[in-house]
Write a protein that binds this ligand. Structure first.
Ligand code: HEC
Ligand code: HEC
Length: 219
């Protein structure tokens, strides 16, 4: 004689399966939320955040998107390049406003600050003078064979992204780029200026301006 199958034996697993599948769907976002709230922040990055809030953000912005054109944007810059510049400011190899900002920074903090700003997503900017940007585009990608200016892209990359040793130029403030080119030309930018001095000394003022404007609109 057949025992009637008790209702609960059939229904319960179905409910359990439903709950499990709903749970699975909800799982990733829930896990992410948990992780964001609970994960202990990397102590080095926490220290960098503290330094940025206390000092750097004043000029470079909390996200590395300096609002004023005289302060370089740091968002998306290569961590190694940032750390190297900080070390050069500290040792006095590179001179400027930054010398006073870095004196107490340790090597580890400089590295962490590089990672902090390097991890920030750079924003896209538009250029108003498209004609000037077109001249800059030509110089950037082809150089000037008449005056012997090498194409910037051959080192800084077609996208302006740079490398670990070469700064990212894309999206940088035009006024800052132009200022650095002039400083390289006059050798007032004192660190590793040999290559850039040779290049900047061959650029006309119009070319400097044009290439700076072009770069400021690149992402
Ligand atoms: C008072 C404003 C000010 C503060 C505060 C400041 N900076 Fe700067 N920073 C500048 C200026 C101006 C420059 C451009 C170079 C120059 O003229 O000295 C610069 C340049 C830099 C550069 C070189 C960027 C490049 O593209 O070569 C880095 C990296 C940098 N700052 C990081 C920092 C960090 C990290 C802090 C916090 C510890 C900081 N800065 C605080 C003004 C400031
Ligand atoms: C042969 C390789 C080479 C070429 C070509 C080159 N650069 Fe550079 N550039 C460098 C190096 C290396 C540095 C980094 C110097 C340092 O470490 O301090 C640099 C730095 C710079 C900086 C400073 C960026 C900052 O964040 O402070 C600017 C601006 C710049 N280059 C613009 C240009 C432009 C514009 C051209 C084309 C007209 C150009 N470069 C062509 C190698 C090159």
């Amino acid at each position: 004689m057949h025992e009637p199958i008790p209702e609960s034996v059939v229904i319960k697993p179905i409910i359990a399966a439903l709950v499990a599948s709903v749970g699975l769907l909800a799982a990733p976002s829930f896990a992410q939320a948990q992780k964001a709230a609970a994960a202990p922040q990397n102590p080095q990055l926490a220290r960098a955040q503290e330094i940025v809030n206390g000092r750097c953000s004043l000029c470079h912005g909390a996200e590395g998107e300096s609002a004023s054109p005289i302060f370089p944007r740091l968002a998306g810059q290569h961590p190694e390049y940032i750390a190297k510049q900080l070390a050069d400011f500290k040792s006095g190899r590179r001179k400027g406003t930054m010398n006073d900002q870095v004196q107490e920074l340790t090597e580890e903090e400089m590295k962490a600050l590089g990672v902090f700003f390097g991890d920030k997503k750079p924003k896209a900017y538009t250029v108003s003078d498209q004609d000037l940007a077109a001249v800059g585009r030509y110089i950037y990608h082809k150089g000037n064979t008449y005056s012997g200016v090498a194409a910037c892209a051959s080192c800084h990359g077609a996208t302006g992204d740079g490398t670990d040793q070469l700064p990212r130029l894309a999206g940088q403030h035009a006024a800052y780029i132009e200022g650095q080119l002039k400083d390289f030309n006059k050798r007032e930018r004192t660190n590793d200026n040999a290559v850039m001095h040779a290049i900047a000394s061959k650029l006309t003022e119009l070319e400097m301006r044009a290439v700076s404007v072009y770069l400021s609109g690149k992402l």
